[in-house]
Design a protein around this ligand. Sequence first.
Ligand SMILES: CC(C)C(=O)C(=O)O
Length: 508
Amino acid sequence: MAMKKIEIMDTTLRDGEQTSSVSFSASEKLTIAKLLLEELKVDRIEIASARVSEGELQAVKDVTNWAKENDYLHTVEVLTFVDKGVSIDWMIEAGAKVQNLLTKGSLNHLTHQLKKTPNQHFKEILRVALLAKEKGIETNIYLEDWSNGMRNSKDYVFEFLEFLSAQPIKRIMLPDTLGVITPKESYDFVKEIKDKYPNLHFDFHAHNDYDLGVANVMEALKAGADGLHLTINGMGERAGNAPMSSTIAVINDFMPEIKVGVNEKVLYTVSKLVETFSGVMIPANKPVVGANVFTQTAGIHADGDNKNNLYFSDLLPERFGRTRKYALGKSSGKANIQKNLQELGLQLNDEDLRKVTQRIIELGDKKQVVTKEDLPYIISDVLDYTYEEKVKVNSYVLTHSKGLKPSTTVSITINNETFEENASGDGQFDAFMNAIRNIFKKKDMVLPGLIDYAVRIPPGSHSDALCETIITWKNKSPEKEFKTRGLDSDQTVSAIKATEKMLNIIIN
Ligand SMILES: CC(C)C(=O)C(=O)O
């Protein structure tokens, strides 16, 4: 099968910047431009619209200076306007060498926005293109609203293409400006054009208003498109453009006849950088780059991964510099927990695994997010001591208010006898301990003294689910020092859990 190499033009820094409320600084543009060309290895980048602002002029200068030194100048493009050469002057000042000239690709736009005839428009375009040529600037042409043009004014589009085919134009760019065409139309429209002009270069520029961006791109490629315009994270006007990440994966996996030079391995890094610079968060379920897309949550999937790789797909996380994860939560089951334990190099027997699974399900039921880093803490909490539960903290109220001492009402059961006690203290936990002390006094028992109280959250954990309190106690008779730990999302509750363990140790 003959393979066709197509051009990937990234327009994150032009159309992507048209995402509502996004503005890249000059240094951000330069950093992204370098990453796109040197690491991701796209063929071309569009970095700005001409005449936008002084800041934009500086940003383009910074990129063109770098591009000139590194032989990328002819891959750096700027969107320009049919404005008698004002954009060209701006480009010359900015040091840019390739203009993407915005023209009208539908009669509707031409008539109602520019209020020109086709001939008037073509003449003005020719003037700009010739001027550009004279100044050493290459011209590509955008046919804005082209997709509607093909639907409603096809004669005009073909008249325009006939005109362009005789001009010093390098590429013709076909935008579905409003993201309104279907995959079938994408195929039919590009095919009709490519059949008539097989030797002209056509880029396809999809928008994602119906979430059809990637599907439309696939069809345009099948019909013969020679290049694509994509953006990182699918940023762009309104619903954005076709996203780089899934488009590249789709081409690599489903279109063996098409070759692209993009380096999949760095897609995720570039996406995260653009997320940071733009402030636009990548949705967790965004294919290839979303936080969750390589995480198996259902236990049955993790189980299947252990059995002949039953849930294998070509979309392997390692391709994109990512790793498979197994979520811990109420539906995760033993297989997910075991996968995480393996990664941590831990092994549990069946009974302990059952207890840990039970605890993770309880946490999941409380909507708490548990991460791999939390696991050792959960294990040591659950498997800490084995004793008969003779003391149980049934319920408590803790108050905290300005100007009044913290107070508590506690109900506990000791050897099947239930006690209720009120107390106050210097803090909520102190009030709780005072109440417990009073209850144990009634049973002629003295509680061990508290000699150390340490709180920590699982290091490296990205969840705010858990907090561990480790209390060191000193008992008088028999004399001994020991530690208990409690784990909960609430710090006071984790201390109360550690105390409940201490009470069971002394009573057993
Ligand atoms: C500004 C133009 C080129 C555009 O992005 C579009 O028509 O989609």
